[in-house]
Design a protein around this ligand. Sequence first.
Ligand code: CA
Length: 243
Amino acid sequence: MTEESETEMTSAPATTATVLVVEDEEALLLTMAHHLRREGYEVLTAARGDDGLQMAREHEPDVIVLDLMLPGVDGMGICRALRRDTRVPIIMVTALGGESDRVAGLDTGADDYLAKPFGMRELLARVRALLRRAPMRQEAPPEEDVVRAGDLEVNRVRREVRRGGELLRIKPREFELLLFLLRHPGQVLSREHILESVWEHDFNGDARTVDVHMRWLRQKIEPDAANPRRIRTVRGSGYLFEG
Ligand code: CA
């Protein structure tokens, strides 16, 4: 008897693809969302880069339409951050149609590129093409032994860090801290969160411990530790790893 209702459930239409659109120009965002919804997609929208990155991680969309210039984290930053743990197809949208920007966008892992101004039919065609190419709900690849960020090369198995090919002398706790940052690029991480994750339960330290280790780590991985660009301090909030 229950079989009947189960059959009904399974004969429901296939899952609709979800498209996340990250764009700070409101009119364009609304227009894109409207056209995508009319095509039958589930549409999620974000007007800031940091919100977009968070939504991408929480909702695992099937395609992301990503503006390059965004408040918060820019399109390149989002793309780099997502590429560390997902293969979700990304279309980079930008006003900068120059070849160097296009190449840079594709280098960070975008799958396609759309220069403003563009027509909605073109956008829909690109989204369709990417969905055809990519099976839905791509699994994240397994964590690789070697993780790279800029000129940094971190070998998880050998627990080695190289910068520009040169082996760094790095303490075990600094290594764990760096691995944690690499797993959360572009995210503001509070001292408490870092302390809980990296020190776990074997330490009754306070948040200043995090600051001290960040300072040591910066001295090793920043080109100029006095003006850190990789590990940024977010006043009143914590730290943000740019990669
Ligand atoms: Ca923009």
